[in-house]
Ligand binder design. Sequence first.
Ligand SMILES: [Ca+2]
Length: 195
Amino acid sequence: MQGILKLELIFFLISFICTCLYCMKVDFTRLRQLRKPFLLNKRGDTCSSNPCPDDKPFLCKSSEKTCLALSEVCDGTQQCPGGYDENPRLCNARNRPSVEDLEDFLYRNEDWMELKLFNGAPPEIVAHALAVSGDIDELDRIVGLDHESKQNLRDALMAIEEADERPLTDMGMPESEWYDVSYVFNKLLEGGFKY
Ligand SMILES: [Ca+2]
């Protein structure tokens, strides 16, 4: 009889503990759900640095808050106070491969390209300069080219326009990279980069 009572007591205790854990779990879940809006608000506060509405997401860099539609950026008419929407570097970057893509490209070809075309400058700096510069002289001011690398870059871009890979292979480009190199440099030329 005592054995049965003990078993019942153990069963009761196990049931009690399970029920408590279950309740705690429900409580924690509800607590998490209650905290969610708070967390979202907190996150929203820190991430919503752009106060512009969805249909005008471009925020002018100016003391007064002005928001523009993307079609108004680089359209030839200044709408931002100070004209940031027509900033030449911004508009160059808009028509070029992204800085991240350019950086990846430069790292892929670092072995032969970095020294020959960009005077050994770090890919991060060259990528940014290629994205924003209007021409080779502006790129030179940002990157710091020497006479030889500047001439090599001119020769390389001219060869790419003429679809002639030999000057580039002479500079050390592996033949297998020709498609990648001509594709990216052609994108820069189409994006208005002058040499
Ligand atoms: Ca504009």
